[in-house]
Ligand binder design. Structure first.
Ligand code: CMP
Length: 138
């Protein structure tokens, strides 16, 4: 059974779409195996997005990601990494397909409501950034 990390970003929490995002996952038959709400420090956001350290948007992204509470979840299901990415839509809401979370709720390529791991190895690292194995309900 595959796992992925999902984050509802500060703009999603501020818009009040936590329930709607979770509803979309559960309606698609995806199981939530762990969940918590927390606020990252900018240093913690920098650690999470370390692969983007050289990108021009890194400072702004990590400031945004530490600007308010987020909801982090472990999603579980067959092919859940790809299925989550389909439900989220393209990174830039301008390119996102109709009916996706980012098309419906994102305001910009940075403030795009949700994050999802892009590959199995990334998913393992990202899940371990937020959850111990004991916190994940198998
Ligand atoms: P996410 O899926 O969390 O992965 C990296 C994040 O960086 C991405 O979503 C966006 O929030 C942000 N991002 C990606 N590209 C850009 C960009 N061109 N300008 C600003 N932010 C970006």
């Amino acid at each position: 059974m595959e796992r992925t990390l999902s984050i509802i970003k500060p703009d999603g929490v501020r818009q009040g779409v936590i329930g709607e995002v979770i509803r979309r996952f559960e309606s698609a038959g995806i199981r939530i195996a762990a969940m918590k709400m927390l606020q990252l420090t900018q240093a913690e956001a920098e650690g999470f997005y370390a692969v983007h350290r050289e990108r021009p948007f890194f400072e702004s992204l990590t400031r945004f990601m530490s600007s308010g509470p987020i909801v982090v979840m472990v999603l579980e299901g067959d092919g859940v990494i790809a299925r989550n990415r389909e439900i989220m839509g393209a990174t830039n809401p301008k390119d996102a397909a109709p009916g996706t979370i980012r098309k419906d709720f994102a305001s910009s390529v940075e403030q795009n409501v949700v994050h999802g791991s892009d590959a199995p190895e990334t998913a393992r690292t990202e899940i371990a950034y937020f959850f111990s194995e004991m916190e994940i309900c198998a």
